[in-house]
Design a protein around this ligand. Structure first.
Ligand code: 1GP
Length: 249
């Protein structure tokens, strides 16, 4: 449980982490080398790999290339059972606890259980909560679920608590990739103060200030994808902000 232990150790020390989300559909071989060099320089803690809709079929190659160019752990963040690769270090085994779609609570897990077990990947049971990001995102459309309303902090809190009591080892609060509005600090605070497991926060984070404020509100791991695809210089800015953030408000 190397990766999960690193989550716990960092949380215990009050060190916040920064994860860069890599969309396999959007990377090219030369792009990967540039990205991993920048991530290494900025001391990025984790690389997340996946997306709600991955069209290309080169996940193994992308991970092998990442591995050849950096030492940052690669964590799968799969949108479907087809996005499993034994070359990664760990897998967020997602249950969409914000929704009521049985397929994403247990159905797809039954389908993928045998290959996931065989892969030897470190599996992290993850309570995945989609929060309304101001406009329909790919994740809410593809998952066929209603997101938690952005201002319903209590629903988010109760959902996360239920996930933790059901055995989820991580809570992932996501406004969806490219969300117009990222998750409020108030909701992050409400959730993270009521669960003990590490809390990952992502979706629509575009600058270092918001990343910093989210950490201050209680997020343990900040994930950024879209904004970095547009501007690689944000990697260092956001990494520095996350790594200097205080433990809690
Ligand atoms: C999406 O949390 C991630 O699932 C990251 O979102 O691409 O908007 O940074 P962005």
């Amino acid at each position: 449980k190397k990766i999960y232990n690193s989550f716990l150790e960092r949380k215990a020390k009050g060190t916040k982490s920064f994860a860069v989300l890599v969309d396999p559909d959007k990377v090219t071989p030369s792009g990967i080398s540039e990205l991993t060099a920048k991530c290494t320089e900025a001391k990025v803690d984790y690389l997340f790999l996946g997306g709600s809709l991955v069209i290309t079929n080169h996940l193994d190659e992308v991970i092998q290339q990442i591995k050849a160019t950096c030492d940052i752990p690669v964590i799968l963040f799969p949108g479907s059972p087809s996005q499993v690769s034994r070359y990664a270090d760990a897998l967020l085994y997602l249950s969409v606890i914000s929704g009521r779609n049985a397929e994403l609570l247990i159905g797809q897990h039954v389908i993928s259980a045998v290959p996931v077990k065989k892969s030897g990947l470190e599996v992290m049971s993850t309570g995945y909560m989609v929060i309304d990001g101001g406009a329909p995102t790919t994740v809410s459309y593809i998952s066929n679920t209603n997101p938690i309303p952005a201002d319903k902090d209590d629903i988010a809190m109760a959902t996360a608590m239920a996930g933790e009591m059901l055995g989820n080892k991580v809570i992932y609060m996501d406004a969806g990739s490219g969300a117009r509005k990222p998750i409020t600090e108030s909701m992050i605070h409400r959730v993270s103060s009521q669960v003990e497991v590490p809390v990952i926060v992502g979706g629509g984070i575009r600058d270092a200030e918001k990343a910093y404020l989210n950490c201050k509100a209680g997020a343990d791991i900040i994930v950024v994808g879209n904004a970095i695809e547009k501007d690689l210089s944000l990697i260092k800015e956001i990494a520095d902000a996350v790594h200097t953030a205080p433990v809690k408000i």
